[in-house]
Design a protein around this ligand. Structure first.
Ligand SMILES: Nc1ncnc2c1ncn2[C@@H]1O[C@H](COP(=O)(O)OP(=O)(O)OP(=O)(O)O)[C@@H](O)[C@H]1O
Length: 191
């Protein structure tokens, strides 16, 4: 059953698009569709298959590998980008030799987000990226997103908090699928 319908939007290089809407409206479903983790019921996502880097609620870390090894692993998967800027920008240098499994929730989240930088992919699709982050880490994250889009990238972010950058806000609430209307369309005499 569709959760959202009839929506259309574009995201340009240099743009941050923030998705808003209440719990359960369909933001995660939309982001997963943009990341091609699930197909749309109808319509298309126009982006090169390797354009999108997706960061979900789960951080996708290898618990037994260190911080550096995790980033090096992802850098290898995505084409060998330098991990030093990611370590620096997410304040992970002091944690570099710690196994990811031993990190705090916020530290894990910083590492999960640092992973985006080593993908080299232009479109960051982020689902509630600031969960578990303290105020200073939210600022680091916002700076990293700003640097990414200033460098010609783009970001689509589902978040309930204000991140303090210039953004385009897209409230998906009006596009909630109208299942009740579909049911009301039944012709009872047919049953
Ligand atoms: N795997 C699933 N199977 C069945 N229903 C699902 C599944 N995943 C999500 N849903 C339902 O789809 C709807 C949209 O969920 P989604 O996670 O996209 O919302 P959301 O806007 O991201 O919510 P939140 O702000 O709480 O994260 C909800 O009604 C949810 O219960």
């Amino acid at each position: 059953m569709p959760v959202l319908e009839g929506l259309s939007f574009t995201v340009s290089p240099g743009e941050i698009l923030v998705l808003r809407g209440p719990n359960g409206v369909g933001k995660t479903t939309l982001l997963r569709t943009l990341a091609r983790l699930q197909p749309p019921y109808a319509g298309t996502v126009e982006a090169a298959p390797d354009a999108v880097a997706y960061a979900a609620h789960a951080d996708g870390l290898k618990a037994t590998l260190t911080v550096t090894e995790n980033l090096a692993f992802w850098a290898g998967v995505y084409g060998g980008h330098d991990i030093a800027p990611a370590l620096r920008d997410f304040n992970l240098e002091a944690l570099r030799d710690r196994p990811a499994g031993n990190l705090s929730a916020g530290q894990k989240r910083r590492l999960g987000l640092a992973r985006l930088m080593v993908t080299g992919r232009p479109v960051w699709v982020l689902d509630e990226p600031t969960v578990s982050l303290d105020v200073a880490s939210v600022e680091l994250f916002a700076k990293a997103v700003k640097a990414h889009v200033d460098g010609g990238g783009a970001a689509v972010i589902a978040t309930h908090i204000h991140l303090g950058f210039e953004e385009t806000v897209f409230d998906v609430t009006p596009y909630k699928a109208r299942h009740d209307v579909i049911r009301n369309d039944f012709d009872e005499s047919f049953l």
